[in-house]
Write a protein that binds this ligand. Structure first.
Ligand code: XMP
Length: 563
């Protein structure tokens, strides 16, 4: 399987570069911009062959020395390199060109014109393949199948094209590095596309991964297939085959324990383990903390049984969790109490199950989880909220012993959904919105009680059911258009009337956001009719709620959850 390595210098869109290329059917891996390129990375790792390197954008400027410096070997390997935005500036700087601040930052849609009147023998093959990504007459399918490339003996044609690109940069190349030639110019007169005349090195000042860039996907495809010579080999079917072939040998006769949260990731991880290892070896443990959504435990256990789970351990520990939360109001104190208790119950139940020390621990960790927790990629582990499920002594000990299985650790969220469908998981589960590890506790600001959990569960399930029933103007269910929706029970009561009687009910906030990955979020712009009807339904059905509000804050500055 061919692989493209992306070196991350901190751009918001690095993930998107990876996603676009994977969607083209080529495996990508993201590493920190200054990662040492060791033997296993260069070999490709996990059966992959490294075919090219992409240098991402960055909020930094190359001349301040604040950003990561890539391993010089990227320029010595003979592999194709594509620099995007800062990545291009980085290459230019590293290879002897000049980069300086722009008089005015260039941001948004900018026209780019491409012109290549004269090409030498060497550029003709390589550079024309790259530039063909910008030719509006060449369809993506032809680029993928390499049918767009010039054939031996063809004359080098003059090439010209124009398109709109998405730019976001405060610096520009003021002198190309030796050996580079400019092929594209922005409407504002700055270098937009460059290529080396002898080496397979390319640079784009704009972001081909951004949807606003016309022919952006084609440009990435031209690099990946045309320049790097990749062949499509990344698909969920192949992924399943690979896991089913490798996991049994690694695990041997040992049992594997997976902690199930009920969310998409752990359910898909469970289904994959059951398929790869069979139901005897796989133990699934689920804790009913009392902080779950309505009917969660029943739904989770029915689903896992349907997937063939035999060793399913449901731990009822609501009382323990509620008592640990008693009197706690501070959000971080609540998260800590839940995290600590999770670990305690886990260890106790594991001991009770009597699984041997050689037992493996599996987790539904995604590629993006590793990136966010700073374990895999980048150095962006900025603690805004302590996500309790990132590490525990048990996980750390198992990791040290080499006994952690993370069968989804190379996948993005929507790849996990695709995998879930392939493994036959119910569409309802596959499409489910994310749910935080600490559960309803972070949706009940202030002290958490059983009564408040009951009220919130009821209101939340009405909200979610309505989103599933209602259609958007485009004809999709509102639930599917929204990335995450939930209700929050505020620690406030307000006065109202019910019949002729004064009512003093709780205030509920509804939250619904759209997002690509939860890192940033926009408020879902509900049609007013839906919001009004949902509000009425909730106040009519859940007698303790007297007032409903809609949270209209984006992330940033707010976070998605309230705590
Ligand atoms: P925030 O509130 O940080 O949430 O904007 C981003 C996404 O992460 C989820 N979230 C969590 N998930 N454990 C989790 O597994 C946690 O402690 C946690 N806190 C927030 C949140 O629901 C949203 O999808």
């Amino acid at each position: 399987m061919d692989k493209i390595l992306i070196l991350d210098f901190g751009s918001q869109t690095t993930q998107l570069i990876g996603r676009r290329i994977r969607d083209l059917g080529v495996y990508t891996e993201i590493l920190p911009g200054d990662a040492a390129l060791t033997g296993s990375i260069l070999r490709g790792g996990k059966g992959a062959a490294l075919k090219g390197i992409i240098l991402s954008g960055s909020p930094e400027s190359v001349y301040t020395n604040a950003g990561a410096v890539p391993d010089r070997r990227i320029y010595e390997l003979g592999l194709p390199v594509l620099g995007i935005c800062y990545g291009l500036q980085r290459m230019t700087w590293d290879l002897g060109g000049k980069v300086e601040p722009l008089p005015k930052r260039e941001y948004g849609r900018v026209g780019v014109s491409v012109a290549a009147e004269k090409m030498d023998e060497a550029d003709f093959g390589r550079t024309l393949k790259f530039l063909s990504g910008f030719d509006a007459n060449i369809p993506l399918s032809l680029i993928i199948s390499a049918g767009a490339w010039p054939q031996p003996g063809d004359q080098a044609p003059a090439f010209s094209a124009a398109f709109t690109a998405w730019m976001s940069h405060g610096d520009t190349l003021t002198q190309l590095a030796p050996g580079f030639r400019q092929y594209g110019t922005s409407g504002t007169g700055y270098p937009a596309i460059v290529a080396h005349t002898q080496k397979p090195w390319f640079g784009l000042q704009f972001h081909p991964e951004a949807t606003h860039t016309e022919r952006g996907t084609e440009a990435l495809a031209a690099f990946v297939f045309g320049v790097c010579g990749c062949v499509q080999g990344w698909s969920m079917e192949k992924y399943v085959e690979e896991i089913c072939a490798s996991l049994p040998g690694w695990v041997g006769e040992n049992p594997v324990l997976l902690l199930i949260s009920g969310g998409v990731d752990s359910t898909v991880a469970g289904a994959l383990l059951l398929k790869a290892l069979g139901s005897e070896k796989v133990h699934l443990m689920y804790m009913d903390t009392g902080l779950m959504r309505k009917n969660e435990t029943e739904i989770v256990s029915a689903n896992l049984k349907r997937l063939g789970a035999k060793n399913l351990h449901i731990i009822h520990c609501e009382a323990e969790f509620l008592s640990a939360l008693k009197g706690l109001e501070d959000p971080e104190a609540k998260r800590r109490a839940i995290g600590d208790l999770f670990i305690k119950v886990q260890e106790r139940e594991l001991a009770r199950l009597g699984l041997p020390d050689s037992c493996f621990l599996a987790q539904g960790t995604l590629y993006t989880d590793l990136i966010e927790s700073g374990k895999g990629v980048g150095k962006k582990a900025h603690l805004i909220k302590s996500h309790h499920n990132v590490g525990s002594p048990l996980v750390d000990a198992k990791r040290r012993a080499g006994r952690i299985i993370e069968p989804l650790d190379r996948l993005y969220k929507d790849e996990v959904r695709k995998l879930g469908r392939l493994l036959g998981i119910d569409e309802d589960i596959v499409r489910r919105h994310p749910f935080p590890g600490p559960g309803l506790a972070v949706r009940i600001p202030g002290e958490v009680t059983r009564e408040k959990c009951e009220i919130l569960r009821e209101a939340d399930s009405i909200f979610i059911d309505e989103l599933k029933k209602r259609r958007s103007p485009a004809g999709n269910s509102l639930y599917d258009e929204i990335w995450q929706a939930f209700a929050v029970l505020l620690p406030i009561r307000s006065v109202g009337v019910a019949g002729d009687v004064r009512k003093y009910g709780w205030v509920l906030a509804l939250r619904a956001i759209t997002s690509a990955d939860g890192m940033t979020a926009d408020v879902y712009p509900f049609p007013a009719k839906d919001l009004l009807e949902i509000s009425t339904l909730i106040t009519n059905t859940v007698k303790d709620i007297g007032r409903v509000t809609y949270d209209i804050s984006s992330k940033p500055p707010a976070t998605i959850e309230w705590e």
